[in-house]
Structure formats: C-alpha cells, structure tokens
Write a protein that binds this ligand. Sequence first.
Ligand code: HEM
Length: 152
Amino acid sequence: MYQTLTFYHSTVRWLLLASLIYGIFRAFKGYYSKSGFTKSDNAVRHWTATISHIQLVIGITLYSQSPIVKYFWTNFKEAVHDIEIAFFGLIHIVLMLIAIIFITIGSALAKRKQTDNEKFKTMLVWFSISLLIIFLAIPWPFSPLANRPYLR
Ligand code: HEM
C-alpha cells in the first residue's frame, strides 16, 4: 500500500507539473496576444485543478501511511530538528496545501471573470505562484531539504 501510494504520488507529480506549465503557457500566450478564451483553455484550467486535487487525495493518504510521518509525530521534539523528517512531516504538506489552494482559487476566479483577457491574467498569476511553491516543495534529487528519485 505504502509503496503503491509513493509510486502514484511520484508519477502524478509529473502530470501536475506538465498540466500547470502548459496552463501557464496558454494563459501567457492568450493574455499577451489578446485572443479568446477557448474551450481548450477552459479544459486545461479545469484539468489542472482536478489533477492537483487527485494529488492532494493521494498525498493525504500517503501522509497517513508514511513511517517517516509517524516517526515525526511520535518523536516530535527530536524529529523537528531533523530537516529531512521535518520536511515530510510539516514543510512539504503545508507548502503543497497552499499551492493547491492557489490553483483552486485561480481556477475558480478565472472561470467567473467577465472578459477573456481577465480569465487569462487570473490563470497566469495564480498558477505561476503555485508552480513556484510546488517547485520548491518537491523533494528533488538536488533539493537541499530532502531527496527522492525523479521516478519510482
Ligand atoms: C502539488 C502537490 C504535491 C506534489 C507535486 C508532491 C510531490 C511529492 C514527491 C515527488 C514526493 C516523493 C515521492 C517519492 O518518494 O518518490 C512526495 C512525497 C510525499 N508527499 Fe507529496 N506532493 C504533493 C502534495 C502532497 C500533500 C498535499 C501531502 C499530504 C497531505 C503530501 C504528502 C507526502 C508524503 C507524506 C510524502 C513522503 C512519504 C514518505 O517518503 O514516506 N504530498 N511528494
């Protein structure tokens, strides 16, 4: 169960990054060329938010199963000073929750904006901030906080 969850959580990360980057690219292009917000733009907006919610559900389930997280909460006083354990126990979840909230707000606000240009701008701003947070909070093999492989 734990291994399966880690596999899916690691893989969905790439799907979310691809969708988010593609969404930002389309929003950027649409905003500066002042083009219309098409059905495809709307689908990318919608699917990016949906993939982030799928990752959230996998993440919460993984959080409840992870031996690292268990160790963090049972040995809080010592574990909080160990950067790798504190990363998975607290830093990763807090930053990722903020990022997913940003994607959700950005997607919902863009949907409700009156003009196409406002829709692109809203998507561009909220998705870009979220991408930055996600990039910092992923345990990349080169991260100074915690390291996990690119693929499971
Ligand atoms: C944008 C959302 C997220 C992304 C892109 C993301 C990405 C990742 C990646 C790449 C890993 C390393 C997987 C591996 O071991 O190969 C990881 C580990 C982990 N993530 Fe996330 N994550 C996200 C959100 C969350 C959330 C919201 C939670 C909790 C509610 C969470 C909990 C965890 C836990 C507990 C681990 C490590 C568990 C362990 O090694 O025992 N993640 N995450």
